[in-house]
Design a protein. Structure first.
Length: 227
């Protein structure tokens, strides 16, 4: 009998049908001894379905395989829709398999990285060139983690912040349309976090002068503001 170490969500088939979920889990073994998810549509054990699919695949003749490939080539849109309809279920199954085989996945990924270093460097270089803002965001979040700052933020958070500040520097009200810096209101060195609530957008000049200073002290001395 096989037993999954994945934290399964206990529910009945009736509950799965009501909530329109493709899979459910009862914790009971199927007639073949598998403790696994079951398909909501027919109650079939997922491991049994996989075993049946593998057996069916190897029972196919080369002629049958070629017919299948030809049908997919003629019906690309229909086949694409079919794959999309299975995406949620496949994502769940892949996630579960990965969690059950973490050591195997890590070893395989480490081996791939070691054998394809130049290829990965080239891929990363192309990605960074095509996604400049995302690449900079990754670097800033990584730097914050190294400094002990908790949390992270996304490009959407920066867009919302830009809108909330009406596109102007939080201190001198300079327009930030062309150039802006993301600043931690309470610096990381003073115990600040890297969550969106501790961020503000500044012009390069204000950010350079503020650096790691206390925000109230900076505003009072530089602009005479009482915060």
């Amino acid at each position: 009998m096989t037993k999954s170490t994945f934290k399964l969500d206990m529910r009945s088939r009736k509950e799965a049908l009501t909530s329109n979920r493709p899979l459910y889990f009862t914790g009971k073994a199927c007639p073949r001894g598998h403790i696994d998810y079951r398909r909501t549509q027919n109650g079939e054990c997922c491991q049994c379905a996989r075993d049946r699919a593998v057996a069916k695949y190897y029972s196919f003749s080369e002629e049958s395989k070629q017919k299948t490939y030809a049908w997919r080539a003629r019906n690309r849109e229909k086949y694409r829709q079919y794959l999309l309809s299975r995406r949620e279920r496949q994502t769940l199954l892949v996630k579960r398999w990965r969690l059950n085989n973490l050591e195997k996945c890590r070893a395989r990924e480490a081996k791939y990285r070691a054998n394809n270093r130049e290829l990965r460097k080239a891929q990363h270089k192309r990605w960074r060139k095509a996604n400049v803002d995302k690449a900079r965001l990754q670097v800033r979040n990584r730097q914050a983690r190294r400094k002990g700052g908790k949390g992270k933020y996304t490009l959407d958070d920066i867009k919302r912040l830009f809108s909330a500040q009406k596109g102007m520097c939080a201190y001198c009200r300079t327009d930030l349309t062309t150039r802006r810096h993301v600043d931690h209101i309470i610096p990381l060195s003073r115990g600040g976090t890297n969550y969106p609530a501790n961020l503000q957008l500044l012009c390069p000049q204000c950010n350079g002068r503020k650096h790691a200073r206390d925000p109230m002290d900076f505003a009072r001395k530089e602009f005479g503001l009482l915060l």
